[in-house]
Design a protein around this ligand. Structure first.
Ligand code: ZN
Length: 52
C-alpha cells in the first residue's frame, strides 16, 4: 500500500506544496479503494483511486 502511494504525485496542484508526509484517508467500496488527501496549505483535496 505504501509503495503504491509513494508513486503518487505529492505536489499539490493548487499551490505547489509538497506534502511528502501527507496523511491519506482511505475509503473502499469493495471493488475500488480511494485515497484522499487534503493539502494542509490551501485545503485542496486530492483523490487517487485503485482497483482492488
Ligand atoms: Zn495546496
Amino acid at each position: 500500500m505504501r509503495s503504491r502511494l509513494e508513486r503518487v504525485d505529492v505536489t499539490c496542484s493548487g499551490c505547489g506544496y509538497e506534502d511528502e508526509a501527507g496523511c491519506w484517508e482511505s475509503v473502499t467500496d469493495g471493488s475500488h479503494i480511494r485515497y484522499r488527501r487534503v493539502c494542509p496549505c490551501c485545503g485542496r483535496s486530492h483523490d487517487v483511486t485503485y482497483r482492488l
